[in-house]
Write a new protein. Structure first.
Length: 177
């Protein structure tokens, strides 16, 4: 960890960076984590672990605890599942297995988590994604369905790589009891 809040993780000979910008924990505070990884399925586990940690950080901001109730586990599972599918889509479709960088931003508050996946790979049109027909249950093509089902808001800004990146934004809010 450096004084600037940057954590440098070495994977082989290539350093990967995780930036953390924190505030004092409180209901109105927003923390930001930034992760930069190769757009390869080899880094999927790293992305999912950081996502799970971001959910725990969010919980600690809300109630000063990291232990999760059943509802909180469901929240975490939904966010991690959506993130796994979204990262798979970037690695497999945007970069077509050839690699590139994925910048991931986590905005965390006590009430919500917003995740942005930023890539310079091939773009797609979110509105053209085929709706899932449950009676047919395909072997593939369910990623966007899972993302939409797990998150409260999903938006996509098609970029113009390499000048402007594609940005997929996922938001999940805590349900108030």
């Amino acid at each position: 960890r450096t004084d600037s809040g940057t954590v440098v993780v070495f994977t082989g000979s290539n350093p990967e960076k995780i930036w953390y910008h924190g505030c004092a924990a409180g209901a109105d505070d927003m923390d930001m984590i930034k992760l930069s990884v190769p757009g390869s399925l080899l880094f999927r586990d790293v992305v999912l672990r950081v996502t799970a940690s971001a959910c725990r950080l969010m919980r600690s901001m809300a109630v000063a605890k990291q232990e999760a109730s059943r509802e909180e586990h469901d929240f975490d599972d939904r966010v991690v599942s959506a993130m796994g599918e979204a990262f798979n889509n970037v690695a497999i479709h945007a970069y077509r297995g050839g690699g590139g960088r994925v910048e991931i931003e986590f905005e965390i508050s006590a009430l919500s988590i917003t995740i942005r996946l930023i890539d310079f790979g091939a773009a797609f049109d979110l509105t053209e994604a085929r709706p899932l027909v449950m009676s047919e249950l395909p072997e593939s093509g369910m990623g966007l369905f899972i993302v939409r089902e797990c998150m409260d808001e999903v938006s996509y800004r098609r970029g113009n790589p390499p000048e402007m990146p594609n940005v997929l934004t996922l938001t999940k809010r805590v349900e108030k009891n």
